[in-house]
Design a binder for this molecule. Structure first.
Ligand SMILES: NC(=O)c1ccc[n+]([C@@H]2O[C@H](COP(=O)([O-])OP(=O)(O)OC[C@H]3O[C@@H](n4cnc5c(N)ncnc54)[C@H](O)[C@@H]3O)[C@@H](O)[C@H]2O)c1
Ligand SMILES: O=C(O)CC[C@@H](O)C(=O)O
Length: 386
């Protein structure tokens, strides 16, 4: 029996994918798997029983990936599962920035008791007038699951779209509309575009990328949209740019004390992925990944270990080994099985940066293998799945 804990509410339709071999626990210390959304995990201590953290979402900056890798905990995310939800809110964000819809709606609410509201509307409405998206230039920084969808949709609104992503994947490149202008430098986006939207992960090299210097390259009255992470934008520099009028509008999904209430900031309470569809998609994918890892040892969509799949476990034992990516690990594993007289029927080995993963199917119960392999230097976690 495996136990799982939910650090955040996870959609029921996903939890229903756990079969009779899984039970929910409120005691994190006894959990084999943790399901999480945005809860911060950097200060948590993990029990040696924990094998999986499945992030029902894309961003993993709330999880200590390196610490988990060192402790043999495989971290998964759910690529693309909430991308459409975010894309739709980004489009809404552009429309809210282009026209003063919020100001107009607030005005109606403030004057709802006025018997003459229909008449005064026609006088007042010019205050809330705006511009259209058609014909404007949109720069998309980061062409992953969300960026590609935003870029493609914006072309249907008649926008001229520039895309920048020096690490774009082959899959994303295939999905990207042919009419998107390939920006070779991020400065080209800053200099050319009327709207700039960022869809990159919060990493050391992306933190604070929107700051005084990058803003100084942008057009006056630019609109900046941030549905990725607050850390990507220097808050103080953004407040200055809004107050001085350098930036016309900053639409963000991440409220901070600094930005909330600043004129020109449209601040949304992290709702990008908060749709029924996105929450269901993320939950289903996260549970599927956790179950497949716990029952079969297969890794799909891990962010700290390599993906590796040997299909459904068969009759004999499956030994799974999380280890450092250093020479002679495979030789030592196979030497153990040879010496123990155990026949290997299937084997796979994959690596990702400093870490590697080996799966070995043997005929029989692989008695003694767990303890013996755990002794090999460089091994981080061994499991025998029977
Ligand atoms: N607001 C929300 O609710 C919400 C929901 C989902 C994701 N997010 C955030 O959005 C981010 C992107 O999500 P996604 O699903 O598109 O992820 P993704 O991994 O599919 O795409 C990220 C893209 O950024 C690119 N990239 C990385 N560094 C870059 C750089 N320096 N310059 C340009 N491009 C760079 C990568 O090559 C990749 O193509 C997530 O990391 C997460 O932080 C927010
Ligand atoms: O879980 C959420 O609601 C937000 C998720 C989002 O920020 C993500 O990175 O996928």
């Amino acid at each position: 029996m495996y136990k799982y804990n939910c650090l955040n509410p996870i959609a029921q339709i996903g939890l229903e994918k756990f079969d009779e071999n899984f039970v929910k626990t409120e005691n994190i210390g006894e959990a084999d798997a943790i399901l999480v959304r945005s809860a911060g995990m950097h200060d948590m201590e993990f029990s040696s029983n924990l094998k999986v953290i499945a992030r029902a979402g894309a961003g993993v900056n709330n999880i200590p990936l390196e610490k988990c890798a060192e402790q043999g905990i495989v971290v998964f995310n759910t690529p693309g599962a909430n991308a459409n939800g975010v894309k739709e809110l980004v489009i809404a964000g552009m429309l809210l920035a282009a026209r003063d819809i919020i100001g107009g709606i607030n005005w109606v609410q403030e004057n709802e008791e006025d018997g003459d509201i229909a008449k005064i509307t026609e006088k007042k409405k010019k205050v809330f007038a705006g511009t259209e998206l058609e014909g404007k230039k949109l720069g998309v920084i980061g062409l992953g699951a969300i960026g590609v969808m935003v870029a493609n949709t914006a072309t249907h609104l008649g926008m001229e779209v520039y895309g920048y992503d020096p690490y774009v994947s082959v899959d994303s490149a295939w999905r990207l509309s042919g009419c998107i202008h390939h920006a070779k430098t991020v400065d080209e986006i800053y200099k050319e575009c009327d709207y700039i939207t960022i869809h990159v992960p919060a990493l050391e090299d992306t933190k604070g990328m929107i700051n005084r210097d990058s803003i100084s390259l942008m057009k006056k009255n630019v609109v900046i949209l941030n549905f990725a992470r607050d850390l990507l934008v220097n808050g103080e520099d953004m407040v200055d740019a809004l107050v001085s009028g350098r930036v016309k509008c900053y639409v963000t999904d991440f409220p901070t004390h600094e930005i909330a209430g600043v004129k020109g900031a449209i601040v949304i309470p992290h709702l990008g992925a908060s749709t029924e569809e996105s929450e269901d998609n993320c939950a289903k994918m996260a549970v599927r990944e956790a179950v497949d890892y716990l029952k079969n040892g297969n890794i799909t969509n891990s962010v700290n270990y390599p993906d590796c799949d040997m299909g459904v476990k068969g009759e004999g034992a499956r030994i799974t080994i999380l280890h450092r990516n250093i020479p002679n690990m495979l030789g030592q594993f196979t030497a153990f099985f040879a010496k123990a007289g155990m026949n290997i029927s299937l084997m796979a080995n994959k690596s990702k940066k400093e870490y590697a993963y080996t799966m070995i199917d043997v005929e029989g119960a692989a008695e003694g293998a767990e303890d013996a392999i755990a002794q090999i230097e460089g091994v981080l976690k061994v499991r025998i799945i029977l």
